[in-house]
Design a protein around this ligand. Structure first.
Ligand code: AMP
Ligand code: MN
Ligand code: MN
Ligand code: MN
Length: 289
């Protein structure tokens, strides 16, 4: 029997709404035993999360969700269990945050120019509290201003391709992201594969290139997958020789449909990402954590 595990979550270090310590407390309350904090393009929240996890006796695995541009699509690659101090990883993440900074300014300029909405950069920056700025911060700001009723409709009307605030991504290459994670001793995992709406052939090509680069896993169970998609992705993972991971992609209590520690089990036939982790096979009380 595997412990309760959640390997994909966000904190205020990126676009989550709970601080790293609050996130860990919430996961602990929900019965999560092994948690990975995987903020977008930063490992800034890990130290605070680890300290709170030690206090509560929950296993905190270091993580990150790296933005990648592959074949014209934005793909997210999770790093799990890597050393957050690794220099190559940190240099890489730094370059992505520099792009984020430029993109945020550009989104602000475009929303002012093409949608006649001024001051969105300051609004988004205010909500990000000096941390990295994500499109989610723009979306929350526009909801606060009453421009749209919810974050989802801001994305739909302002932030996706063809809309005034859209700026094309120039993120890491697939090979770079995997190399940064591997170089730091972590496992690379394709995040929420069903979200990209790739054809079967394109998903296979992504997986093949990912494996060739040294990636090992695919997120089969995800808060953003339907049960059907979980089973489809389980089949793909098995066929392609990828380990299966599970994560909620929790961003905070504002999205009540995504909860910590409430993931369905991996479908039969999956090889879990954590199958060789010593920590995952030892009952929690015996680890002394
Ligand atoms: P960014 O990395 O700054 O481009 O922002 C991507 C983040 O925005 C994702 O991680 C989600 O948290 C959020 N997001 C993306 N698309 C949507 C959507 N259609 N509705 C709500 N949130 C979204
Ligand atoms: Mn996000
Ligand atoms: Mn993602
Ligand atoms: Mn995520």
């Amino acid at each position: 029997m595997y412990p309760t595990i959640d390997l994909h979550t966000h904190s205020t270090a990126s676009d989550g709404t709970l601080t790293p310590a609050e996130l860990v407390r919430c996961a602990h309350r929900e019965g999560v035993e092994i948690l990975a904090l995987t903020d977008h393009d930063t490992t800034e929240g890990l130290a605070e999360a680890a300290a709170e996890a030690r206090r509560l006796g929950l296993v905190l695995v270091s993580g990150v969700e790296i933005s990648v541009t592959w074949s014209g699509c934005t793909i997210h690659i999770l790093g799990v269990g890597m050393d957050p101090e690794a220099a190559l990883l940190q240099e890489g993440l730094e370059s992505l945050r520099a792009f984020r900074e430029w993109r945020a300014e550009e989104i602000g300029r475009r929303l002012a120019r093409d949608a006649a909405i001024e001051g969105t950069l300051d609004g988004a920056r205010g909500l990000s509290n000096g941390r990295l700025v994500s499109r989610t911060h723009f979306a929350r700001h526009l909801v606060e201003r009453g421009v749209e009723p919810d974050v989802r409709s801001v994305f739909q009307h302002y932030l996706v391709k063809g809309k005034p605030g859209h700026v094309a991504g120039h993120w890491a290459s697939l090979e770079e992201a995997v190399a940064w994670i591997r170089g730091a001793g972590g496992q690379a995992v394709i995040a929420h594969p069903a979200r990209y709406r790739l054809t079967r052939g394109k998903l296979r090509r992504l997986a093949t290139e990912f494996l060739r680069a040294g990636g090992v896993g695919m997120e089969v169970v995800s808060g953003s997958h339907s049960l059907d998609e979980c089973f489809t992705m389980a089949r793909h993972a098995r066929d392609l020789g990828l380990l299966a991971s599970a994560g909620s992609d929790y961003h905070g209590p504002a999205d009540p449909w995504v909860q910590l520690g409430r993931l369905s089990p991996l479908p039969p036939g999956c090889s879990p990402l954590w199958k060789d982790w010593p920590i995952a096979r030892i009952p929690r009380r015996a680890t002394g954590q």
